[in-house]
Design a protein around this ligand. Structure first.
Ligand code: HEC
Length: 172
């Protein structure tokens, strides 16, 4: 009887330890989940107010959403046309995928006086900032040609465009 008590007592202690550890993990997990939910539901503004244009532009570039977290509308392109970074790479230097090849869209490359360096190594047109805007919003390149279908037409406000341009200018 006594022996049994001792064993019982011991195992309860162990159980308590495990229970506490379990609770701790549960709480950490819950905090993480709530944080994620808040983030993805857009309750917390993704970009702090008072941030720089380039910081807001980086947000647009990477997420395809405006600084309030609302997705920016676009037409054409592909179903997965989530963000500039998704198709042009995080650094904007272009990507090769089985579906399409996307060009280097850093401001530096697009406005190169010798003509932008195309993915195939040839030189294309030299863009002005306004022509970049037209390419992004209307899908027309610097020579007046329609851009290929994978490139969506983005409905950017003046503010969103200015932020995006500021960010494109920071890309090396
Ligand atoms: C679904 C993929 C996709 C997404 C998303 C996308 N692009 Fe593109 N983009 C392309 C492809 C592919 C081309 C090349 C089209 C062509 O060569 O005709 C292109 C071309 C361009 C061009 C013209 C460059 C040139 O070759 O003359 C600019 C500027 C550009 N994209 C900027 C952006 C910006 C800024 C965003 C985000 C707001 C964006 N793109 C999002 C795929 C995409």
């Amino acid at each position: 009887m006594k022996r049994c008590d001792v064993i019982w007592g011991k195992s309860t202690m162990k159980g308590k330890g495990l229970l506490l550890a379990g609770l701790a993990f549960l709480i950490i997990g819950l905090v993480g989940l709530v944080g994620l939910a808040l983030f993805s539901s857009g309750i917390a503004p993704p970009v702090a107010t008072g941030s720089t244009p380039a910081a807001r532009g980086a947000w647009i570039f990477r997420t395809g959403a405006d600084p309030d977290g609302q997705p920016i509308l676009s037409s054409g392109g592909m179903m997965m046309s989530a963000s500039c970074a998704g198709c042009h790479g995080v650094g904007g230097r272009g990507l090769r995928t089985p579906m399409f090849v996307s060009p280097n869209i850093t401001y530096r490359n697009l406005t190169d006086p010798e003509g932008m360096l195309e993915p195939d190594g040839t030189r294309g047109p030299t863009y002005t900032a306004d022509q970049i805007r037209r390419a992004v919003t209307q899908g027309i390149d610097a020579e007046g040609q329609s851009l290929a279908w994978p490139m969506p037409r983005w409905q950017l406000t003046d503010d969103e465009w200015n932020d995006l341009l500021a960010y494109l200018k920071t890309l090396p």
